[in-house]
Design a protein around this ligand. Structure first.
Ligand code: GUN
Length: 284
């Protein structure tokens, strides 16, 4: 049986550490406030936004919710972001994605001040990540690094294969594994001989976006398997990009869905929010 990497437990540990740190920073007069903007009322986005607000409340971070109608004009949203950039009472700004089709997501991401970019999506944050400067890290990949480190899984010198090249997961994951001295390959939908490549992986990160796509044939014996996907199957069960039951016998460690990578994203978002006041305190 492989080691089951318990993202629920590890994310709880991180939130508890942050809660203690926030209480300490509060004694020094430092308070974090996250502005969360949601446009429209997509039910999945509402669940994510609510979970973010709950995590803030647990840790002691103030959250300010901005719920805008589906028809909000792009300029209006840019205006709100700019207003929040200037607001000294707000440390972090998060615009929940996806946005309605009439709004250019890139434009909105670029409107957020890099100093308040707690999602780590701004090109300045991405550049800082790739050149090894301090900055906000994209939350899901940063959470995966924490899952590995806190499960005593070594990254240095390991063959790491990521399947998926999105800006939110695949690309920043590559940068972070590289920073940890892994040997990194990014595979994607146009990759030839995918199985040959994934079978080289000591650490395989599946961010494919296809239900139970990664089966045993894609896995080297003893590999660590990280599943970023979340889907509802035909039986209405949650499942990932990895066929857990099939892969379980080959992997040495594996993240479940739910309860693996998912909870880590919010924990790392909270870490980025706390980072804003940590930095203030360090600079004072
Ligand atoms: N939608 C799905 N995941 C995310 C995320 O991590 N950040 C934002 N802003 N929107 C999302």
């Amino acid at each position: 049986m492989p080691q089951i990497i318990d993202g629920k437990k590890i994310s709880q540990q991180i939130k508890d550490e942050l809660k203690t740190e926030v209480a300490e920073l509060a004694k020094k007069g430092r308070h974090a406030c996250l502005a969360v903007i949601q446009v429209g009322d997509d039910p999945a986005s509402s669940v994510y936004v609510n979970n973010k607000k709950k995590a803030c409340a647990y840790i002691g971070i103030e959250s300010r919710a901005y719920e805008l109608s589906e028809n909000t004009a792009e300029d209006e949203l840019v205006g709100l972001v700019e207003q929040l950039n200037e607001d000294d009472g707000v440390n972090g700004i998060l615009v929940q994605l996806p946005l309605p089709a009439h709004i250019d997501e890139d434009k909105i991401i670029k409107a957020i001040s890099p100093d308040k970019d707690v999602d780590g999506f701004h090109p300045v944050s991405v550049g800082r990540l790739w050149i090894g400067e301090k900055g906000f890290l994209s939350c899901t990949p940063a959470g995966i690094i924490q899952l590995l480190k806190r499960s005593d899984i070594q990254i240095e010198g390991k063959e790491c294969v990521i399947v998926g090249r999105s800006n939110i997961v695949g690309k920043p994951m590559a940068a972070l594994l590289l920073r940890e001295n892994g040997t990194v390959t990014v595979a994607h939908s146009r990759t030839k001989n995918l199985r040959e490549i994934t079978r080289r992986a000591d650490i395989l990160v599946a961010a494919v976006g296809k239900e139970r796509f990664i089966t045993k044939e894609y896995i080297k014996d003893g590999a660590v398997v990280i599943d970023v996907g979340i889907h509802r199957d035909a039986q209405n069960h949650l499942c990932g990009d990895v066929d857990f039951e099939d892969v379980e016998s080959a992997a040495s460690a594996i993240t479940p869905v739910p309860g693996g990578v998912g909870p880590m994203t919010i924990a790392m978002l909270m870490n980025n929010c706390v980072q804003t006041i940590r930095t203030q305190e360090e600079r004072s």
